[in-house]
Design a protein around this ligand. Structure first.
Ligand code: ASP
Length: 370
């Protein structure tokens, strides 16, 4: 059971807001900074190398998230992402480039490992902002991207386990052994029978993700010492989603927003709830009105909570995170809950600042699980 606890810092958000004159932020000479969701330790380190070498902030953010997109072990992004209910990996991504104030996005894109790069091409090479589905794939191929199978054997196994976990009211599944099969001693025994040759550990993992679909996604926000900012959000979306479902990640203003005068924000977690509060835009506007990044992300989470009349029972099923980086280098991230379950570790995000190693830092939170 969960219970509302007071996160003291949250209360500070109620103080008077001093509108931020863009010029006052512009006067600060910021450090190089990269922040990301907790799966972005390597992404932040890579982005920082590019920022330090004087590279563009969007180049840095994209190079960072490409590590996750190409990593078959990251089941929430790009290649190896968990598929939709038909077993097909569909990817969403968005990019924003602060200095030129431009944006690009792709949604429900199949067969391309690095949707963030395609989103950048949409931004640079078209007069549009977002391409989806078949059109996005044709556009990517026209620009030389290779169409590939994105479903790894591990993700395919998890998808099949998910299918076999869907039972009718009598406990039967068309995707499992029939009535004529000898009784299996236990769940893992049943799985072993359907998937002979798969080791126990992988089966246990597949059962876990089939029955508790994990959230993922990577959001990465970058700032260089010239005060330029960019951001990227890229994901395979919710596991087992209805084909064609698009989450918040490619929606400019929800999964990502950058305003070169103020700052950048992004989100991971249950996209449907984020879209309903236009989260990343809300966070940036909060910073424009004078909130510190920490208060800005907590305020956006309060709006999500308000959409459920602050009903903690219903909110306990939602996992949602916001990340914010201000133009002067101040940054923060917050999660709706302090941890994903009472047994889990406290929520963290990745950050890399000039002269320091990429590290995980604690997130602020709105509610505490008990
Ligand atoms: N925000 C992503 C979506 O809703 C999922 C996630 O972050 O795990 O598609």
């Amino acid at each position: 059971m969960s219970r509302l606890l007071i996160n003291r810092r949250k209360l500070l958000a109620g103080g008077p807001l001093i509108p931020l004159a863009a010029s006052s932020l512009a006067q600060v000479k910021p450090p190089n900074v990269a922040i990301a969701s907790s799966n972005g330790l390597r992404a932040c380190a890579r982005a920082m190398e590019i920022l330090k070498a004087g590279g563009d902030t969007l180049d840095a953010a994209i190079a960072g998230v490409n590590i996750n997109e190409e990593d078959p072990e990251d089941n929430s992004v790009g290649y190896g992402g968990l598929p939709n209910e038909d077993g097909i990996v569909e990817l969403d991504a968005s990019v924003m480039h602060g200095p030129t104030r431009r944006a690009g996005a792709v949604a429900a894109l199949r067969g391309i490992k690095t949707p963030s790069k395609v989103a950048r091409l949409v931004m640079e090479q078209t007069d549009h902002i977002m391409l989806v589905g078949e059109g996005a794939l044709r556009f990517a191929k026209a620009h030389g991207f290779k169409e590939e199978e994105l479903l790894t054997e591990k993700s395919r196994l998890a998808w099949l386990v998910w299918k076999s976990s869907l039972k009718d009211s009598r406990g039967r599944s068309n995707w499992g052994p029939g009535l004529d099969a000898p009784p299996a001693p236990q769940k893992i025994g049943e799985l072993r029978r359907i998937f002979p040759g798969v080791d126990e550990r992988t089966l246990a993992w597949a059962w876990e993700v089939a029955t508790h679909p994990p959230l993922g996604t990577i959001n990465c926000l970058t700032l260089n010492s010239k005060g330029e900012m960019s951001g990227v959000t890229t994901t395979s979306g919710l596991a087992w989603k209805i084909p064609g479902r698009v989450g918040d990640s490619p929606i400019i203003g929800a999964g990502l927003f950058v305003d070169q005068d103020v700052g950048a924000a992004g989100s991971t977690g249950r996209g449907e709830e984020n879209i309903r509060v236009a989260g990343a835009h809300t966070v940036v506007e909060n910073m424009r009105r004078g909130m510190h990044p920490r208060e800005a992300v907590l305020d956006a989470l309060k709006r999500v909570s308000r959409n459920f009349n602050d009903d903690l029972q219903r909110l306990s099923a939602i996992s949602l995170n916001f990340y914010a980086l201000r133009r002067d280098g101040a940054y923060a991230a917050a999660s709706l809950w302090d941890r994903s379950s009472p047994q889990a570790k406290p929520a963290q995000f990745a950050a890399c600042t000039d002269g320091a190693a990429s590290r995980l830092e604690p997130m602020a939170w709105l509610y505490q699980r008990r």
